[in-house]
Design a binder for this molecule. Structure first.
Ligand SMILES: Nc1nc2c(ncn2[C@@H]2O[C@H](COP(=O)(O)OP(=O)(O)OP(=O)(O)O)[C@@H](O)[C@H]2O)c(=O)[nH]1
Ligand SMILES: [Mg+2]
Length: 254
């Protein structure tokens, strides 16, 4: 046990991967290790990335990772896939879109599956995996979720900052509002701004948010790596501001 704690503190990805596997299996031996690592947590920028299917969440994480690596920050990516028991392909697709970073020793990528567990998404597993990544010395952690339904929203809420990704000309706006994304967004990203309609979409979002406390809106193109550095700066600023008021709700201190 002391060995794995020591290795994780030193930033050993393989030790972290092993511990996360134990967490996924609900192995009780993980509990004292997590407890011992608690003092090593609390410094990372933890960003939940959510939004409707196909808006470019994985592509955005890929682009953000490129930007963070240019700043020599270490990056962790957690892809939460509620359906992977049936569609292992989704995770494969994510991996392909994040391929730029698969061999980078400064990027830790992990998919988490609910494995058909009753009650759906493993909120606790995600929270504990985040704990491990923080102890590992990761600076930026991105969690991708689809964000439809209560469980997924709960996963997004583990992050200190929740980013909702939308696209220009998203068609059925009402549907989007009904899905509850407005409520959980700390920041909106209009991705695919290389396509027409991004300005209009950004204005619409700005118009919908609380005038007294407007939700920031960033236009980017993940595909062209445009607007990403400004977004990283915006996320960093937001993290610093919310850090003073809002604790991550994930892992209860034990
Ligand atoms: N034009 C354009 N296309 C993009 C951009 N970002 C992503 N795409 C495309 O949008 C499609 C979906 O991208 P993903 O990154 O898989 O989207 P996602 O939100 O992770 O999708 P799911 O995980 O299936 O919900 C892909 O074909 C991408 O190439 C962008 O900035 N501009
Ligand atoms: Mg994806």
């Amino acid at each position: 046990m002391n060995d794995i704690i020591r290795r994780i503190r030193k930033g050993d990805f393989r030790a972290a991967a092993k511990l996360i596997t134990a967490i996924e299996r609900r192995d009780p031996s993980a509990i004292p290790i997590l407890r011992a690592l608690t003092p090593d947590t609390g410094r990372a920028c933890i960003i939940g990335i959510t939004g409707p299917t196909g808006t470019g969440k994985s592509s955005l994480i890929n682009a953000l990772t490129t930007g963070c690596r240019r700043l020599r920050r270490r990056v962790g990516i957690l892809a939460v896939d509620p359906t992977s028991a049936i569609s292992g392909g989704a995770i494969l697709g994510d991996r392909i879109r994040m391929r730029d970073h698969l061999t980078d020793s400064g990027v830790f990528i992990r998919s988490l599956a609910s494995r058909g567990a009753p009650g759906g998404l493993p909120v606790r597993v995600v929270a504990e995996a985040l704990h491990v990544l923080e102890a590992l010395g990761i600076d930026w952690i991105f969690i991708e979720t689809i964000g439809i339904g209560q469980d997924q929203t709960a996963v997004a809420s583990i992050a200190r900052t929740t980013v909702v990704v939308v696209n220009p000309a998203m068609g059925d706006e009402v549907q989007f509002l009904k899905a509850g994304f407005m409520e959980i967004a700390d920041l909106f990203v209009v991705n695919k701004a290389d396509l027409p309609g991004a300005d209009r979409m950004a204005l619409q979002l700005a118009g919908l948010s609380d005038p007294g406390n407007p939700t920031p809106v960033f236009k980017v193109s993940a595909l062209r790596q445009q607007g990403i550095d400004a977004l990283i700066q915006g996320l960093n600023d937001l993290d610093r501001r919310t850090r003073q008021t809002k604790q991550p709700k994930g892992l209860h201190r034990r």
